[in-house]
Ligand binder design. Structure first.
Ligand code: G6P
Length: 368
């Protein structure tokens, strides 16, 4: 009903705007003395992390995409291998899991059948299971050895937004604590990371101010049939989420591509006017990204460039530029995610579609 939407026209946009609050609620209760993440109240002792030599993340849809970002952070900080598995694939394989494997399942509803099956399989193979779940007491929460709840509150729109950034928050907290226990980061570095993580909240508030500009940009997307999201590293992981979001609710075909891989195939599809959403938030690959953008620009792509902070960029390579409030590069997925959510939302609205309940999709898929 209108009242539940709190004055917003759709649940999705209401939930997008709730993110500063939902991220704060997810992070703050886990901060103990001197900005160290602490899971005592969650019942997750440090012994869980000791002896772990491999991490497997299993999930579906948006939750799986959160895992892709989590993998980059966990590997960066822990220096142990992390694989991200599509739960519906994983459950029918013979997984390589043993007692030293930490299996992280991620789910908003906690009821996704494929994710639950992946979790049960992990238990059969003696893995330690930890779930990142939004719904209290849900099946996945109940079946896991440990649960780290996202405090996103009820998410109504089928397209997941606030649950995704809350999942990212939990994955980052987990990476920081785990790395501290493993001594791959110092306490000082951990405090620094935690300060950066908290800086995400005001940065998202700033990012939401691009709403009007993004609505304008989306007028250029509504008639399109195909588009591309490109990025490297964390930006590529995030592109996967941007692409599914747009597909789900605007019904426009899109693809997420690792920018360096374009030349191995996809460039043949980049023709006059094809929109390319180029995420260039990572300093370490910034100049590489700019070269990739030049490649698509040379084929007359319509380029929407997203950078972390104001960057000096040759104006001829883009049509629109969104300069996000500057964050430490590893935190940029949070602000960039907001832009991608708004892009999907406004494109769907311009196309006059059912934003909150797209055709053929369900909020929670409890069948195989
Ligand atoms: C459905 C929803 C997606 C969601 C996926 C996983 O397909 O439409 O938005 O990402 O399920 O759901 P979960 O509840 O496990 O996060």
């Amino acid at each position: 009903t209108a009242a539940q939407k709190g004055g917003y026209p759709h649940f999705m946009i209401k939930e997008i705007y709730e993110q500063p609050e939902t991220i704060r609620s997810t992070i703050l209760p886990r901060i103990k003395n001197k900005h160290i993440p602490d899971f005592t109240a969650d019942g997750i002792p440090d012994t869980v992390f000791e002896g772990v030599n491999r991490i497997v993340i299993a999930a579906c849809g948006t939750a799986m995409h959160a895992g892709l970002v989590g993998k980059v952070m966990l590997e960066k900080l822990l220096r142990i291998p992390v694989s991200v598995e599509i739960a519906s694939e994983f459950r029918y394989q013979e997984p390589i899991i043993d007692k030293n494997t930490l299996v992280i399942t991620i789910s908003q509803s906690g009821e996704t059948a494929d994710t639950l099956a992946a979790l049960n399989l992990a238990k059969e193979y003696q893995g330690t299971t930890l779930s990142i779940v939004n719904v209290k007491g849900s099946s996945i929460a109940r079946s896991s050895d440990y649960v780290l709840y996202t405090h996103a509150g009820p998410e109504i729109a089928v397209a997941s937004t606030k649950a995704y950034t809350a999942q990212l928050s939990c994955l980052y907290l987990l990476a920081f604590r785990f790395a501290l226990v493993k001594r791959t980061i110092t306490e000082e570095e951990c405090v620094n990371y935690m300060e950066q993580l908290q800086a995400v909240v005001p940065a998202i508030e700033e990012t939401l101010k691009f709403d009007k500009k993004i609505e304008e940009i989306c007028k250029n997307l509504k008639e399109k049939e195909d588009l591309f999201f490109i990025g490297r590293g964390l930006d590529y992981a995030l592109s996967c989420e941007g692409s599914i979001k747009l597909k789900e609710i605007s019904y426009i075909h899109s693809e997420a591509y690792a920018a360096g891989e374009l030349k191995h195939g996809t460039l043949s599809l980049v023709t006059d006017g094809i929109p390319v959403i180029a995420l260039a938030t990572q300093d370490s690959v910034f100049s590489k990204m700019i070269s990739n953008i030049r490649e698509v620009r040379a084929r007359n792509a319509f380029v929407i460039l997203v950078t972390n902070g104001e960057k000096e960029v040759d104006e001829s390579i883009y049509d629109y530029h969104i300069a996000l409030p500057e964050l430490e590069d590893s935190l940029a997925p949070f602000t960039a995610a907001i832009v991608l959510q708004l892009l999907a939302y406004h494109t769907s609205v311009h196309r006059e579609l059912n934003v909150d309940q797209p055709r053929n999709l369900a909020k929670s898929v409890t069948v195989e």
